[in-house]
Design a protein. Structure first.
Length: 180
């Protein structure tokens, strides 16, 4: 008989080199959508609100220990993948934000900023409880949403909903195309 673990005790392998590009993609999606909808001045202010208080104790705790090296694609491939993603989201400057500017803005956000500071290589993995994996993946988006709700009220909440819905729709579309 297979013993079932409670959710709080289940763990998942998180390989940074595989996980990080998806985080960039998510932030690039947020950045593009917000620039199109609210303009550069507001977005830069919002971004600063989120990254100025970046020392999230849980993120730092998750990233601080227990990581093991893994044999994964060379870092050059990952960096190229991220550059290509920036070019895809920002093929031309959007409200004055170039693909290079977009990448710099994304790299200010948690946990990407902390990952880039802590790890000399992304060729590492760690078994993470579900809560910690979810915190790494969604805390930055939650912080962006909270900041929008503080400044825009219900409109900020609806904008965040639109972005998450768009992100989910695009992901489902990619999965369906890959199955064909």
């Amino acid at each position: 008989m297979v013993e079932k673990l409670p959710c709080s005790m289940r763990t998942f392998p998180l390989i940074l080199s595989s996980w990080l590009p998806a985080s960039y993609s998510s932030y690039l999606q947020w950045l593009k959508h917000l620039l199109e909808r609210l303009g550069k001045e507001y977005v830069l202010s919002l971004w600063q609100q989120v990254y100025q208080d970046i020392d999230d104790e849980l993120v730092l705790q998750i990233l601080s220990k227990g990581w093991c090296e893994v044999d994964q694609p060379a870092i050059g491939k990952i960096e190229k993948q991220i550059d290509d993603m920036c070019a895809c989201f920002f093929p031309v400057p959007l409200d004055g934000v170039t693909k290079e500017n977009a990448r710099k803005l994304v790299e200010l956000m948690p946990p990407i900023h902390q990952i880039r500071q802590i790890f000399p290589t992304l060729q590492v993995w760690k078994e993470l409880p579900a809560y910690e994996a979810l915190h790494l993946r969604f805390d930055g988006a939650a912080l962006l949403t909270e900041a929008m709700i503080r400044t825009l009220g219900k409109q900020g909440e609806l904008i965040a909903y639109d972005i998450l819905k768009e992100e989910r729709t695009k992901k489902n579309g990619r999965e369906n195309r890959e199955r064909c």
